[in-house]
Design a protein around this ligand. Structure first.
Ligand SMILES: [Zn+2]
Length: 257
């Protein structure tokens, strides 16, 4: 009797989780009303320079992400006026859990659960309604950190964790990474070879029909890099040089024009 009850309870929990993931996926990719995305800044270190820089961070610093996503949504046939809205939220003081994408399945599942709980605790600042997609951005002082851990975007939980640099010059490239992780939360997959970083052809090319094919000049957002010469790939300077390719558009359920 107890055993049956326990099994029934577990099945109920699994059912609720499956339903809520399915509902999240549908409600964030139906594109019939504005999708609300929140960017939550966090200081990755205790340097005063990082704190000063964060104090100057404003809505203007994330507006390019909204402009990029809305322009691309329109190009891919989304009919509403403002498909996404990207808002900067107040500073979050609690540090997010570490996520190691190379760890085992169970440890990845546990860390993604920890990130979901973290997102729930930290996405309701006083006087502000929580957004549908939560992107936490850890800003590192570039004087002390040359390379940062991998950023992640989880569709289950609609939460992203981005590592970025606390410097004005880096804002355009920070925004490329933030946009990439936002699209992961909507169900887009990476379109590059994880070992070589080479964009997949044709899905990872912004202009797969370009003649000659190489060099490309624009970057597909989920490839993250563009081919400048055979075997040579570079990151874009800003979202102005980035596009959402057809394969990515299909994954996030943008209608095709
Ligand atoms: Zn990715």
């Amino acid at each position: 009797m107890w055993r049956n009850l326990r099994v029934a309870f577990l099945l109920l929990l699994l059912g609720i989780a499956a339903y809520s993931n399915w509902y999240d996926r549908l409600s964030t990719t139906d594109w019939d009303e504005t999708l609300w995305i929140g960017v939550f800044p966090i200081a990755a270190d205790d340097n005063p320079a990082t704190a000063n820089w964060l104090a100057r961070l404003s809505q203007d610093d994330v507006i390019d992400i909204e402009k990029f996503l809305n322009a691309e949504a329109k190009r891919h046939g989304v009919m509403i006026g403002r498909p996404v809205r990207v808002d900067l939220y107040p500073l979050v003081t609690e540090k997010p859990p570490e996520i190691d994408p190379d760890s085992g399945l169970l440890s990845r599942a546990m860390s993604s659960l920890r990130l979901r709980l973290y997102a729930r605790r930290n996405s309701h600042p006083a006087g502000r309604a929580p957004p549908q997609i939560r992107v936490f951005v850890l800003f590192h002082d570039p004087a002390f950190t040359q390379s940062v851990p991998h950023s992640v975007g989880l569709q289950k939980g609609l939460v992203g964790l981005v590592h970025a640099f606390a410097e004005d010059d880096m804002t355009p490239t920070n925004n490329v990474v933030i946009a990439h992780e936002i699209l992961h939360t909507l169900g887009a997959s990476d379109k590059y070879d994880a070992a070589t970083l080479e964009p997949f052809y044709p899905a990872g090319y912004a202009e797969p029909d370009r003649q000659p094919l190489v060099p490309q000049v624009l970057t597909e957002i989920m490839a993250g890099r563009y081919v400048v010469a055979p075997g040579k790939f570079e990151m874009p300077d800003s979202l102005r040089d980035v596009r959402v390719g057809t394969a990515t558009a299909l994954e996030i359920r943008w209608p095709q024009p």
